[in-house]
Design a protein. Structure first.
Length: 128
């Protein structure tokens, strides 16, 4: 990897979830791309790590908001604010632009709890 790319990667590591979300949105706008397909494809082909096998039980999950019923956006928005701790504007951005990551590297129990809360409010989630 070139030095230029290494510097960019190191800077990306310092971004908050909100800043990363804004960066993705800006990249989509500037370059006219749809990153939702790319992110899903990367998740499918990403290596699972050295020495891992199919029988290894996953201990960390990313919770992704995949869809929101049109008539349930406000209810889901309230749950998203509670889960993420973000403000109204940032939470609305997540709800309006699914799929979006709600919580990264969380436990199975926490992920299941979030899924239940989102589904009761009218949204759907998936785990990665």
């Amino acid at each position: 990897m070139s030095e230029k790319l290494s510097i960019i990667i190191e800077q990306l590591k310092t971004l908050t979830l909100l800043e990363a979300s804004e960066l993705v949105t800006e990249i989509e706008n500037v370059f006219g791309v749809d990153t939702s397909v790319s992110v899903a494809a990367i998740g499918v082909i990403a290596p699972t790590g050295e020495g891992s096998t199919e029988s290894d039980e996953k201990t960390e999950f990313d919770v992704i908001l995949t869809a929101v019923a049109c008539d349930k956006k406000i209810a889901v928005l309230k749950v998203v604010r509670k889960i993420t701790g973000l403000g109204l504007k940032e939470s609305k951005e997540i709800v309006d632009n699914t799929p979006k990551v709600l919580k990264e590297a969380t436990t199975k129990d926490d992920a299941e709890s979030i899924k239940k809360d989102i589904e009761v409010a009218g949204g759907t989630v998936e785990f990665k």
